[in-house]
Design a protein around this ligand. Structure first.
Ligand SMILES: [Zn+2]
Length: 77
């Protein structure tokens, strides 16, 4: 019987979520090469993300156009 000395019991297995482990040095948003400032987004895209224009992965939201225009209107004011 071989003892499993080198096999520590996994007492607390940390569930590894599908976290996007992009420790990127550029913004997560598609096509953006700016430096990330918050949550892997540059300032502008972080705002987009907060407004729901972008997903956490940097993709455009389904109703991006609608939200984007609403956002533009709000910012133009
Ligand atoms: Zn960006």
């Amino acid at each position: 019987m071989a003892e499993k000395k080198n096999n520590p019991a996994p007492e607390k297995q940390m569930p590894i979520n599908n976290v996007v482990s992009l420790v990127a040095n550029k913004c997560t948003a598609e096509g953006c090469k700016a430096k990330p400032h918050r949550a892997s987004f540059c300032d502008e895209h972080y705002m987009w993300f907060k407004e729901g224009l972008l997903t956490l992965e940097g993709h455009k939201a389904k109703d991006f156009d609608k939200k984007y225009h609403a956002w533009l209107r709000r910012n133009a004011a």
